[in-house]
Design a protein around this ligand. Structure first.
Ligand SMILES: Cc1cc2nc3c(=O)[nH]c(=O)nc-3n(C[C@H](O)[C@H](O)[C@H](O)COP(=O)(O)O)c2cc1C
Length: 177
């Protein structure tokens, strides 16, 4: 088992995939990591579509390239799409809060769990924020009103050098009281 901070530093957005397919066993482990993530009231407002059929992978890659960005996804080996589902909150909270109050945060946790598990397995990942939802629904056979959490490109890195992280310093973002 690797040191967690080392793993967090090794996880980076991969934008140079080799085109090699990712084993289904590894993709399933990524989803398992997401399944174990915490969620508000344990509502688990998510489901996952694993795209590993080469033809579908190529089609999904095109959805990830609006405005001619993210061309590197053409060489992704797979995608995991995190869908936002209805969260069932505790009865007491249901009176006060919308069912999806915690959903975005919950999904963020699931997404980073996928990326960290992938990194631990030697698989590169890149979260894709901009994508063509309408075409994606058509490709995946989802209703147009489907809520999306995230699209994650996965694959083996062609260049696996670890880049230094560009981040705010600890002193800028933390205070101890
Ligand atoms: C919600 C979200 C959307 C993102 N969308 C894209 C994207 O469309 N294309 C891309 O190349 N990187 C995308 N990224 C990756 C970020 O640019 C990256 O996480 C950030 O620059 C930090 O770099 P690192 O992941 O290598 O540590 C996205 C990240 C997040 C969390």
């Amino acid at each position: 088992m690797s040191d967690f901070l080392d793993l967090a530093a090794r996880r980076q957005s991969c934008r140079s995939f080799s085109g090699i397919r990712v084993e289904r066993e590894k993709l399933t482990k990524c989803v398992e990591a997401a399944r174990l993530a915490p969620s508000g009231c344990n509502g688990q407002p998510w489901s996952f579509v694993v795209v590993d059929d080469p033809q579908k992978v190529a089609e999904v890659a095109k959805c990830a390239q609006p405005l001619n960005i993210n061309a590197f996804t053409d060489k992704a080996g797979a995608f995991i799409i995190v869908l936002e589902e209805h969260a069932v909150l505790m009865p007491m909270l249901r009176k006060m809060l919308d069912s999806q109050t915690f959903a975005k945060g919950d999904i963020g946790g699931a997404v980073i769990s996928i990326c960290l598990e992938a990194a631990d397995l030697g698989v590169g990942s890149c979260i894709i924020g901009l994508y063509d939802r309408e075409t994606l629904c058509n490709i995946l056979g989802l209703p147009q009103e489907q809520r999306f959490g995230a699209l994650i490109a996965l694959g083996y890195a062609a260049d696996d050098a670890i880049r230094p992280k560009t981040r705010k310093g600890l002193s800028e973002i933390v205070k101890y009281v």
